[in-house]
Design a protein around this ligand. Structure first.
Ligand SMILES: Cc1cc2nc3c(=O)[nH]c(=O)nc-3n(C[C@H](O)[C@H](O)[C@H](O)COP(=O)(O)O)c2cc1C
Length: 198
């Protein structure tokens, strides 16, 4: 299959196969990935995140947009994602630009989150300095009192981001360290597929 229009579907299908396989290994967080961002000065910063969905539009994660990564994304929307599934000895690297998802999509995911996580999102000023742990606990208690038995609305700064892939690379451990690398890359005339030396 080398039709440029079909290659993107092939890459997504392969990602789905690998993620499904990772889920079956019993890994605690098979959707965990490293998200690397860079600020306007090109200074990189990486952290672990959970992938919360993917389809032909891209790869979605959720975060506080007032966090350090949120600041980076406002300055530079290019990111890199990296999954490593140790039991399978497989890695997937995804690169692309990031957009925020619609408020409706963010709301839909927010509503699936446990109430404690929702209250925690109101209490945490993610990435900001915290003087003492008690301050966070006090803010959590305040959020609890504020919403009591009401549904907890989504904080406007808590939202989903979608990475629109331009490059997806699959790495599989191979015999005698001859690892296999397959690269799908978006070019001006569509997606192409190639092999890379390990
Ligand atoms: C397994 C794991 C999953 C995580 N998932 C998320 C996530 O989905 N969203 C998020 O904002 N932070 C998540 N975090 C916390 C981030 O790694 C990070 O500490 C936080 O987002 C602040 O990053 P920043 O200061 O670079 O913005 C997760 C951490 C771990 C260890």
């Amino acid at each position: 299959m080398n039709n440029p229009e079909e290659l993107e579907h092939e890459a997504l299908a392969m990602f789905k196969d690998w993620l499904d396989a990772a889920c079956k290994t019993g890994l605690h967080e098979p959707t965990a990935m490293t998200l690397a961002t860079a600020n306007a000065q090109g200074r990189p910063s990486a952290r672990t995140m959970l992938l919360k969905g993917f389809d032909e539009r891209g790869f979605v994660f959720f975060a506080n947009s007032q966090s350090r990564k949120g600041d980076d994304l406002r300055e530079n929307d290019y990111v890199s994602l990296c999954f490593f599934w140790q039991p399978l000895m497989r890695q997937v690297r995804i690169e692309g630009r990031t957009v925020t998802i619609t408020a409706e999509e963010s709301d839909a995911y927010w509503e699936t989150r446990p109430r404690d996580s929702q209250l925690g999102a109101w209490a945490s000023q993610q990435s900001g300095p915290l003087d003492v742990r008690e301050t966070l606990e006090k803010r959590l208690a305040e959020a609890h009192d504020r919403f009591l038995d009401d549904t907890v609305p989504r904080p406007p700064h808590w939202l989903g981001y979608r990475v629109i892939p331009e490059r997806i690379e699959f790495w599989k451990s191979g015999w005698r360290r001859l690892h296999e690398r397959v690269l799908y890359e978006k070019q001006a005339d569509g997606w192409c597929k190639s092999l890379l030396y390990p």
